[in-house]
Design a protein around this ligand. Structure first.
Ligand SMILES: Nc1ncnc2c1ncn2[C@@H]1O[C@H](COP(=O)(O)OP(=O)(O)OP(=O)(O)O)[C@@H](O)[C@H]1O
Length: 773
């Protein structure tokens, strides 16, 4: 319980703080001007060798990032001040750290992520952490427009018991503000329970469970910024990955990290995780569920093995007019030789090709030798090599290899598997027919998010036959070595051997310092892409930390991929098992995490909870809690931090008028301030979208939440929020979803201000609190 009182005249505070904030901005300008000058210098340096090119790129990247962070800090640079018991100098808290030119002991401004800033978020009268007084400073541009004071001194007679929220009035002002369709940072008003999670140890898997609106997404993003600040060097090398539920969600959160001065993270949803692929097609939830089962590991493995075929009947080939017979036993022998070499399919293919060529060349030699010498074979080594060459270039041999051990991409493997009932049956022996049928689809079907873990799994088993690339790289290296040697020879040749002076004889030439190897290495062009760019383009990249939002939705197969991407298990998973919509998702954290990570708290994973709902007003949360309970949830809904006095309502209409009535209600709500989300069962998405767009032309067509009202399914609305929410056909949502009550719960809790429901027929009893309209 925090104890708060307003102190002093706010105007005194504003004037005093304005003077200090102006000093901070002047300092920010100086630091920025210096960094810009350094960037200019780096850009105008002409690098004379490849190593210098790399150094220049690194300097340019460093200064650019610093300038981006300084620019981002300009707005709301300083937002807090702490006065401490035994120190006279106040401590100012802001978006970045700033030191005076002469580098005084106390920084001019402490970065909110630094340990010294933590009491701003966590000090209470009972645990004041040395703080006697906390001030929240509000600015517009560079102007201080308000201050809010809290005293934490228990002996102060003016103390008033309040809500337990730090900076309550500042927090409530932020929560009541209209939304823009883009998430904001919460750096000024992080609450103590959130701060604890943001700063938690980076090691191990941290699961953050919290009801709707408890700030899980906000906390996850601020944790990313905190980790990048605290472990900058390590994460600059290894990268940080954030996985969210949908591209719309990624657009919604895209501004938060840049506003905190951090840009070097990879943000993706499961559909975008595989480099070069956008797998965003929709599919039935029951199909996604089957694809998400761990049993698919065996299916993919069997599918790969089944492509290492044997023959049904001997193959007859002709090499340069000589008929050769490749028997079933030959095929089996070649296959076992290749399987003995490596477990990865494509990497073992050259061994298979060698085995086939050996067998055929042997047969070819026998025939030719026999033809020449009536039984005895006197072909020499050179002849045999020539025969192997002939066999190797024979198109019929290539066709045979392609049939028996094809070079496979993950995409080809899965396309062929899902489009061919026989292949599918062979890879899913023992499966119920109904499950198998769910996987069947045409080869031309577009990729879906649930395909991504399967493609990744396939890649793990297929590997890459990069023998051609490696041979090319070897040749290129030889060429560079030769070139380097020629360069050194030239340098040596041009050096006079008749030393004029002693000094001259002691001058070192390039040839003395470098050998050809070293020079060749220096000529290799460095990779100038940032860590995030390199990580996003590399499916084998392992990240220093992985953050997953709406983690409850992930299937067992998706977990497998993400854990592979983070072998150190430094992960933050945020979600709410009461909001799980997908059949493949989690109904308890232990259920999903134990198989992969072992038991909770036994070095496997640890759980933290968030308990306060900052988004949804109490009036709406009461309705949502009934829906949650009716769905049989074991968790309770989070406590709302505020109420609006506005009662959520329900409008009953005839079924044939439902779509038009929804469009009409959307138009009404659109006249209110702020954003509007219309949430509908999947089966009504197209019809309602058309009707709303006809009635409200500004309605967004592409999920851009800043453009105007959007129409979404409950699944598509995950993680988002709107000032007004209109739910259409709640019974449709309840019955269509695999976990219908969870879907309706998600839909209702997207509202920050007001909620309306339009329905045909009886209103379900769990919505009885809604005011009829
Ligand atoms: N400490 C805070 N100060 C200001 N705003 C906050 C704070 N915590 C959360 N919020 C705001 O509350 C809203 C809900 O936060 P967020 O989306 O992170 O919740 P969530 O737990 O991820 O919700 P859901 O599970 O429903 O998607 C956001 O607008 C966020 O900015």
């Amino acid at each position: 319980m925090t104890t708060v009182r307003a102190t002093g005249s706010p105007d005194d505070g504003i004037a005093a703080e304005q003077a200090y904030v102006s000093v901070l901005h002047r300092r920010l300008d100086e630091v920025r001007a210096r960094t810009v000058a350094r960037l200019d210098e780096a850009l105008t340096t002409v690098p004379h060798n490849p190593q210098a090119v790399g150094e220049r790129e690194a300097a340019v990247e460093l200064h650019t990032q610093r300038i981006v962070a300084l620019d981002a800090a300009d707005s709301g640079l300083c937002f807090g001040r702490l006065d401490r018991h035994d120190v006279d100098v106040p401590r100012y808290i802001g978006r970045i750290g700033l030191f005076a030119e002469d580098g005084g002991e106390e920084p001019l401004l402490v970065d909110w992520r630094a340990p010294a800033a933590q009491p701003f978020y966590t000090a209470t009268p009972l645990h004041d952490l040395g703080v006697r007084h906390r001030r929240h400073i509000r600015t517009r541009g560079r102007t201080v427009v308000g201050v809010t004071d809290e005293t934490l001194d228990l002996s102060d007679p003016d103390l008033v018991q309040r809500s337990g929220l730090a900076g309550e009035s500042v927090l409530l002002a932020a929560l009541n503000a209209n939304r823009t369709g883009r998430m904001n940072d919460i750096v000024r008003t992080i609450q103590a329970e959130q701060d604890r999670i943001i700063r938690a140890d980076h090691r191990g898997v941290l699961v953050v469970q919290g009801g709707p609106g408890t700030g899980k997404t906000a906390v996850a993003l601020h944790r990313a910024a905190y980790l990048l600040y605290t472990h900058r060097e390590r994460l600059a090398r290894s990268g940080l990955l954030i996985v969210g539920p949908s591209p719309t969600f990624l657009g919604y959160i895209a501004d938060v990290l840049p506003s905190l001065g951090e840009t070097g993270v990879v943000l993706t949803d499961m559909g975008g995780l595989r480099p070069g692929l956008q797998a965003h097609a929709a599919e039935a939830p029951e199909v996604a569920e089957v694809k998400g089962r761990l049993a698919m590991v065996d299916v993919v493995a069997t599918a790969v093995r089944n492509r290492q075929a044997v023959l049904d009947a001997p193959a007859n080939l002709t090499v340069d007019g000589t008929p050769l017979r490749f028997t079933k036993a030959d095929a089996a022998r070649a296959r076992s030789r290749a399987r003995a070499v490596s477990r990865l399919h494509n990497e073992a293919r050259p061994a298979f090709v060698r085995a086939v060529i050996d067998l055929l060349a042997g047969k070819y030699a026998d025939k030719l030798g026999a033809n020449v010498l009536d039984g005895g074979n006197l072909l020499g080594r050179g002849d045999l090599a020539a025969l192997r060459q002939e066999v190797a270039t024979e198109p019929a041999v290539h066709a045979l290899v392609e049939r028996l051990w094809p070079r496979l991409s993950a995409e080809r493997l899965l396309r062929d598997l899902f489009a061919d009932p026989r292949r599918l049956a062979a890879a899913t022996r023992g499966w119920p027919e109904a499950d198998r049928e769910l996987l069947l689809r045409p080869a031309s079907a577009p990729w879906t998010p649930a395909d991504v873990p399967l493609l990744e799994e396939a890649d793990e088993l297929l590997g890459i036959d990069d023998s051609a690339e490696r041979a090319a790289a070897r040749r290129e290296r030889q060429r560079r070595l030769r070139h380097a040697q020629e360069t050194l020879d030239l340098l040596h040749g041009s050096r006079s051997t008749d030393w004029e002076t002693e000094e001259e004889s002691e001058e070192l030439s390039a040839g003395d310092l470098l050998d050809a190897e070293g020079l060749a290495e220096r000529q290799e062009v460095g990779d100038s892409r940032s860590t995030a760019q390199r990580a996003a383009a590399d499916r084998t990249w392992t990240y220093g930390h992985v953050i997953v939002d709406e983690a409850q939705e992930l299937s067992a197969m998706a977990w497998r991929v993400l854990l592979r991407r983070c072998p150190t298990r430094s992960m933050t998973l945020v979600g709410d098992v009461a909001q799980t919509g997908s059949a493949a998702g989690a109904s308890s954290w232990a259920e999903v995490l134990e198989p992969a990570l072992g038991p909770r708290d036994m070095r496997g994973w640890r759980l933290e909870e968030l308990t306060v709902n900052y988004r949804t007003p109490a009036e709406i949360m009461d309705v949502a809690a009934d829906v949650l309970a009716a769905g049989g949830a074991v968790t309770s809904a989070a406590r709302s931090v505020r109420s609006t006095g506005e009662q959520p309502w329900a409008r009953a209409v005839a079924e044939e008028h439902l779509v038009t009535a929804v469009a009409e209600a959307a138009a009404e709500l659109d006249r209110e301030e702020g954003t509007l989300g219309v949430i509908v069962p999947r089966s009504r998405l197209a019809a309602v979208t058309d009707a709303v767009r006809a009635r409200v032309p500004a309605a967004s067509a592409d999920g851009d939440l800043t453009a105007g009202p959007v129409v979404l399914t409950p699944e598509g609305s995950k993680g988002l929020e709107f000032d007004s929410v209109l739910v259409a056909d709640p019974v449709g949502i309840l019955t269509e979803g695999v976990r219908g009550h969870n879907d309706l719960y998600v839909a209702l809790t997207r509202a920050t201000q007001r909620l309306g429901v339009v329905h045909a027929g009886e209103l379900p009893s769990e919505l009885k609190r809604l005011d009829p309209r």
